[in-house]
Design a protein around this ligand. Structure first.
Ligand code: ATP
Length: 239
């Protein structure tokens, strides 16, 4: 298996705060990899480093065999990495359809954009019903779907999801989990999933890493981690 994403021993600092210390993560083509950990462990910072929004002071990040540390955020999107940020950051006063089209801003293939939008509406029928509505009037779960749909409109090879289940009701969390699986299995998009909902993250992923205060504390197959004593105590609240 060749690594699609390879993060090697990166350090990230915010002034004096050492947010990440020697973090290494590997994601193979076709995988869903979860990154779990408590508040402030460095999960979002890891995603920000991949997208070019936080600069590692040491270590290296490669995508599809080529280094991407040092590239601008838009250059990284052009390579095939899209992020769904924590809190969704949709455009509340724009329609659902225009929000989705924003994800295709780097593309010039009009026919491809139109057919991807159609496919997206098959995946998210609720968004089709509401495509002319201002996105800010949607429920939290629907807004999360807009954010995921917008990222997919860039036709990424790697999708970065930052806490997609945050603030959502259990039924909607199950729906998001289904979407993650189908995007991975049907569209062949690899996914790096950051979650505080460790149970959901371990259920939808192949492998996982647990971050604790800026370091990788544990890693393994998600099935193994679901039954790991330490993970059950620290991250699943069992035992
Ligand atoms: P959360 O789930 O709360 O977002 P996280 O695991 O994603 O947590 P990060 O947001 O990556 O954690 O934060 C890692 C560390 O870096 C924390 O100690 C945090 O306080 C600090 N930090 C994050 N962003 C900044 C910033 N812009 N300036 C200074 N410190 C920051």
């Amino acid at each position: 298996m060749s690594a699609l994403l390879s993060i090697e021993a990166i350090d990230v600092r915010y002034d004096k705060v050492r947010a990440l210390n020697g973090v290494s993560i590997r994601l193979d083509k076709g995988e869903v990899v979860a990154l779990i950990g408590a508040n402030g462990a460095g999960k979002s910072t890891t995603l920000r480093a991949i997208c070019g929004l936080a600069r590692p002071v040491a270590g290296q990040i490669s995508f599809d065999g080529a280094p991407i540390s040092g590239l601008r955020a838009d250059q990284i999107v052009a390579r095939g990495i899209s992020m769904v940020p924590e809190g969704r950051h949709i455009y509340p006063f724009m329609t659902v359809k225009d929000n989705l089209l924003m994800g295709a801003f780097l593309r010039r293939d009009k026919a491809g954009i139109a057919s991807d939008l159609e496919r997206l509406f098959v995946r998210f029928p609720r968004l089709k019903e509401r495509m002319g509505q201002q996105a800010g009037t949607l429920s939290g779960g629907e807004q999360q779907m807009v954010a995921i749909g917008r990222a997919l409109m860039a036709r990424p090879r790697l999708l970065l999801l930052d806490e997609p289940s945050l603030g959502l009701a259990p039924q909607m969390i199950r729906e998001i989990a289904r979407v993650i699986k189908s995007v991975n299995q049907e569209d062949g998009v690899s996914i790096l999933l950051v979650e505080q909902n460790s149970r959901m993250a371990l259920k939808v992923s192949n492998r996982a890493y647990a971050l604790a205060t800026g370091r990788i504390a544990l890693e393994g197959s998600s099935a193994d981690l679901l039954t790991n004593e330490e993970i059950r105590k620290l991250y699943l609240g069992i035992g």
